[in-house]
Design a protein around this ligand. Structure first.
Ligand SMILES: Nc1ncnc2c1ncn2[C@@H]1O[C@H](COP(=O)(O)OP(=O)(O)OP(=O)(O)O)[C@@H](O)[C@H]1O
Length: 285
């Protein structure tokens, strides 16, 4: 196992406010990690610290490098998408390719063209003439064609419709299986990406509230549709989340054996979005 990112007591203050408050975490090589958190939780700050775009206190290493002090070296190994819609509108597709080819040693023109051939993007079109989804595809092709060890995506599908979002993630996943690189991704549409994540890293108010492989999460958290007459008994097992859906009680349990829960009603592994809501409730209690 090799560690791609390691943070020990990483903090970032803006004045007295702690956007990151002593976080500890590790990201292993070859994983697809979902960095999940509410608005203002500290996701972008953490990604920016990992990219050396902001300094931070504590010990943060990315691919063995100090991101802030050794940013130039790090940028040879890391690719980053902050927002897929930021390509200059006056640029032509072929000029965008020439530009990245010129500035990035690890860029493969061939690979980029291969990916673009699967889209409807005309090679000579200006960015201003492309739809939002096409711009996203172009941006992704430019970035995925860089042979980066670590790919960091901050809300890459913002503003895209469901069809393009799906195409984007399919392309991302296809690329991941071909190359086996490490990907860190943030999005508020967590349900859409649950199937592609190998790990979840949940953050709230600058603190990591959950960090584990997705299969550990689904093993650890169980949802039960509790039969009315057993609600009291089930509550005694201290659900971490309880809601009523059309008159039926749905309870979520953490670290309670599924065999023990089965007798209360229908059970299923909890989804990432619900686990997140439960973790948020825990923090605000
Ligand atoms: N340059 C800055 N100056 C002051 N405060 C900042 C700065 N950048 C971020 N913050 C604050 O730090 C906190 C974390 O911000 P961050 O952008 O990391 O959140 P986020 O989890 O990415 O949120 P979102 O999902 O809304 O993008 C917020 O309260 C934000 O207001």
């Amino acid at each position: 196992m090799s560690i791609v990112v390691e943070g020990k007591s990483v903090s970032k203050h803006f004045g007295k406010f702690a956007a990151l408050d002593g976080v500890n975490f590790q990201i292993e090589k070859g994983r697809i990690v979902g960095l999940i958190g509410s608005n203002g939780a500290g996701k972008t700050t953490l990604l920016r610290a990992m990219l050396g775009l902001t300094d931070c206190a504590g010990d943060l290493k990315v691919l063995g490098l100090d991101p802030h002090e050794q940013r130039d070296l790090l940028m040879e190994k890391v690719a980053y998408i902050a927002d897929v819609a930021i390509l200059p509108r006056w640029l032509r597709v072929d000029q965008a390719i020439d530009f990245v080819d010129g500035v990035h040693e690890r860029f493969s023109r061939e690979r980029c063209l291969e990916m673009l051939a699967k889209t409807k993007i005309p090679p000579k079109a200006k960015v201003s003439a492309l739809s939002k989804g096409m711009i996203a595809q172009l941006h992704l092709a430019l970035v995925l064609a860089i042979d980066a060890e670590l790919l960091i995506l901050d809300e890459p599908t913002l503003g895209l419709d469901i069809v393009y979002r799906k195409a984007f993630y399919d392309q991302l996943l296809g690329d991941y299986y071909e190359r086996n690189r490490t990907i860190v991704i943030t999005t508020h549409q967590v349900e859409e990406i649950q199937h592609l994540l190998t790990d979840v890293l949940m953050i709230s108010n600058g603190h990591i509230v959950l960090s584990c492989p997705t299969e550990v999460m689904t093993e650890r958290f169980t949802e039960v549709m509790v039969s009315k007459e057993l609600v009291g008994e089930a509550r005694a097992l201290k659900p971490v989340l309880e809601r009523e859906i059309m008159g039926r009680h749905v309870m979520m349990f953490e670290n309670v054996a599924k065999e023990q829960l089965r007798r209360f009603g229908e059970i299923k592994s909890a989804g990432i979005a619900d686990v997140f809501v439960a973790k948020m409730a825990e923090v605000t209690v």
